[in-house]
Structure formats: C-alpha cells, structure tokens
Design a protein around this ligand. Structure first.
Ligand SMILES: Cc1cc2nc3c(=O)[nH]c(=O)nc-3n(C[C@H](O)[C@H](O)[C@H](O)COP(=O)(O)OP(=O)(O)OC[C@H]3O[C@@H](n4cnc5c(N)ncnc54)[C@H](O)[C@@H]3O)c2cc1C
Length: 411
C-alpha cells in the first residue's frame, strides 16, 4: 500500500484499491507465499510464518530481508486504545470515512443540537504530515458532505488538531509550517499546540489544559514505531528498530537485511541518527537492497546507502500544498502540482498510475463520493439479509439511539 496517498483514500478523492499494489500481479518472477511472520531464528537461518490457514510454517533462507514496516505509536492515555482510530492502514482510512458518513446520517436525524455537534466534531492528535494531510483532506470531505445534510449544515462541523509541540510539521521550515496553520485556520480548523490529550472518552476528549472537547471521533496520528514483530526475530534492536550497517545488512549477520520503517539504517544526512521512517527512504533502500544482494551473491562488495532526503511535502487538499525541496520553500498551487506529480511518479505500475489519474480527473469534475462502504467484506447472514438496517454486519450499524460505539465501528 502506498501510504502517502492514504489521506486521499480516506477523503474520497481516490479509490482505496488504487493505492494498493497487488503483489501477485507485480512480482511475476517471485514465488509468493502470503502469511504473517511471527518469529525467527537467525542462528538457524529460519523464519516462522503463520499461513492464511492458521498453520505455522518454518522457512529456511539463504538471505532474509525484513521489511515489516511500522505501527501507530500509542502511549498510555486512558481511553485512547478503546476509542481512537489510527491513520496508518487502508482499514483505518476506510473506517474513518465510513464513520464520518455514518455520523452525518446520525446527526441529521437528531433534534438535540448539542448531541448533533458531538457527531460532527473530529479531533486529530499529532501535527506531523500524516495528521495535517489527514485533517485537511477530511475537512474538505466534510464540507462537501454538508451540502447534502441541511441540519448538519446548520450545526456546522468542527475540526481540531492537537499537538504536544509548539509547532506543526517539524520536517519542513518554520515559515511553511506557519503558512499551513494559517491556511487551515482560515478553513475553520482549530489548533491546540503545546497541548496533550489526557483522556479519550466515547463522546469527548480531555486536554492537558483542562479543556473538554465534545467529539465522537478521535484520530491518532502521533507517530509510528517499528513493527513489534521485530522483537521476535532474534535480531539486534535500537529503539525498537533493527540495527543495520550502511549497506542495509543487519549488524552481526552476513545474510540478513532490513529496510524501511522497521530498520535503523544510518542516515547519511544526519550522522549518528537512523533514517527517518519515510517512503522516500524505504523505496530507495529497497532498490539498493536488491542490487546489494545480487552483488554479494556474485562475490562483490555491497554499496552503502547514501541517499539524503530531498525534502518533504504535505498535500493540504483543495489544490494547496507545502513543499520543502532541498531547502527551497514552495507553497500553494505549485507545491500541490509538484506533490501530485511526485506521488504519481513513485506509485508502482502503469495500471495503478492510470487508475490514479482517472480518480484525480473525476475529482476535478464532480464532488467527492459520499458512498459509505461499511458492509464491505462483512455481508450479513443470508437468512436475515432482507431486513432493512441489518445490524448483523456489525461495522456499518446505524442505531436509532445514536450509540454507534467507537470500537464497534472500527474493523
Ligand atoms: C498517512 C501517512 C502518510 C504518509 N505520507 C508520507 C509522505 O508523504 N512521504 C513519505 O516519504 N512517507 C510518508 N509516509 C510514511 C511511509 O508510508 C512509510 O515510511 C513507508 O510506507 C514505509 O515503508 P515500509 O516498506 O517500511 O513499510 P510499509 O509500507 O508499512 O510495509 C510493510 C508491509 O509489511 C507487512 N507486514 C507487517 N507486519 C507483517 C508480518 N508480521 N508478517 C507479514 N507481513 C507483515 C504489511 O502488511 C505491509 O505490507 C506516510 C505514512 C502514513 C501512515
């Protein structure tokens, strides 16, 4: 999955399937086995994998590449795990979009304006690019949706972004970060910086300054950590990431390699520090890794990872973005156009690129798609499938009492 386009998938500017690259179609000369890695023994060159059938199978390898990515980094805040949604996977993006549509429907049917406001308030925690892009895109989605919901329009939507730091997006220059905050503030997004969340309840968020924000949707975008599976592989770890040398080889092993978010590869741009967990590093490490394994098998020396970050982008929706391009500051429409070309260039496969272009072209002509896909993959039982508003499907239930529980909504 190409995660940088996840905010667009959540906000209905593109079809979520179009940013998922089907491995079997793209890796045509690869013997593919789909399963969940559960452990490994690098001393015996073996890996344990739970197959789709549920069986655990042990694989022997000549070379092992670990590229298991990262998961949302959660901290012990009461109610966070129970009531907040992550923003890391297609399932997160789809669940968030479904929840927004469902909450518009619920709110539209409520006479109590205060209760309605709770369903129309969306809190994002974390002001990195994922949080900023997420809130910008979903605010745009909500604005479009409001046209179809007269009572919700009367109440209005509320978007709040919270971050413990005094500024957003540390990856870009201060001026661009300030411009981003100004732009989103003009669109109605509220910022609570130098502020933390102390409690998440199903219907409200409490902040460190005592403020209570009535909101039934909390999106957690406050960073990532290496996949916890890293600790079951018997490999050296540093801050949860697998320790690698500059050639992408895991410290102490000749035939084990790691790349991407799970790997602590020395960052050529910041000596003494590991590469940041970004797609631009992961993709380039992947290319070098292929080359290095071929070199090693052929008896040659592997090459070191020398890529220095080119900058950072944040697509702020509605044809606006900010970009730090090798120190050059770009904002507004030019940054947005660069951003789109960049993602298009990196999305693998001509078929995926074509589908993305088609999605983006349709988006220029029509309002965002409000179709809710809560039943996707959860068909109701055949025997009761003729009932209206069938709750058996679980994740897409719209309950008359307005108690669509947060955890129940998240697949
Ligand atoms: C919302 C969002 C926006 C982002 N925007 C940008 C951006 O604009 N620019 C940028 O450079 N980066 C961006 N990133 C970061 C970027 O997506 C990641 O750095 C990149 O995807 C890391 O690649 P990876 O291959 O290490 O991991 P992933 O892309 O996460 O791939 C890991 C793979 O491993 C699989 N896996 C995990 N555990 C197991 C297991 N136990 N067994 C088998 N398979 C497993 C997963 O299913 C997944 O397919 C963004 C991330 C998010 C969430």
């Amino acid at each position: 999955m190409y995660a940088p386009l996840l905010p667009g998938a959540a906000a209905g500017t593109l079809d979520p399937r179009h940013i998922v690259v089907p491995l079997r179609a793209h890796l045509q000369r690869t013997a593919l086995r789909v399963g969940y890695v559960v452990g490994g023994d690098p001393g015996r060159d073996t890996l344990r994998v739970q197959m789709i059938s549920g069986d655990i199978k042990e694989y022997r390898y000549d070379h092992l590449v670990v590229a298991l990515g990262s998961v949302s980094r959660v901290i012990p805040i009461p109610g966070l795990v129970e009531h907040a949604i992550g923003f890391k996977t297609i399932a997160d993006a789809t669940a968030l979009r479904n929840r927004m549509v469902r909450h518009f429907e619920l709110a539209e049917g409520l006479d109590d304006k205060v209760a309605r406001a709770g369903y129309l308030s969306f809190v994002f925690v974390g002001g990195g690019y994922a949080g900023l892009e997420g809130i910008a895109e979903l605010e745009g989605f909500a604005r479009d949706a409001l046209r179809r919901y007269p009572r919700c329009r009367e109440t209005g939507v509320r978007f709040v972004l919270i971050d413990a730091a005094p500024r957003v997006m540390p990856e870009i220059q201060r001026q661009l970060a300030d411009w981003t905050v100004e732009l989103l503030t003009r669109r109605g997004v509220q910022f609570r910086l130098s502020t933390t969340v102390t409690e998440v309840r199903p219907d409200a968020v409490t902040l460190s300054d005592g403020e209570v924000i009535p909101a039934r949707t909390v999106v957690w975008t406050a960073g990532v950590r290496a996949s916890p599976v890293a600790s079951s592989l018997g490999l050296p770890l540093e801050g949860g990431r697998i320790v690698c040398d500059p050639h992408l080889r895991v410290r102490g092993y000749e035939n084990v390699w790691a790349i991407g978010d799970i790997a602590a590869v020395p960052d050529p741009a910041q000596p003494g520090r590991p590469c940041p967990p970004t797609a631009q590093h992961a993709i380039r490490q992947g290319k070098l890794l292929g080359e290095n394994i071929v070199r090693v098998i052929g008896g040659r020396e592997p090459r070191p990872f020398t890529f220095k970050t080119l900058g950072a982008f944040a697509d702020l929706g509605r044809h606006r973005a900010v970009a730090n391009l090798m120190g050059l500051r770009v904002k507004g429409f030019p940054a947005w156009a660069i951003c789109r070309f960049y993602h298009l260039a990196w999305l693998p496969g001509l078929d995926r690129k074509s589908r993305l272009i088609a999605d983006w072209s349709v988006e220029l002509l029509f309002p965002r798609d409000l179709a809710e896909m809560g039943q996707l993959g959860h068909p109701p039982p055949l025997a009761v499938s003729t009932q209206p508003l069938d709750n058996a499907a679980g994740s897409d239930s719209v309950q008359a009492d307005g108690a669509a529980g947060a955890s129940g909504e998240h697949p």
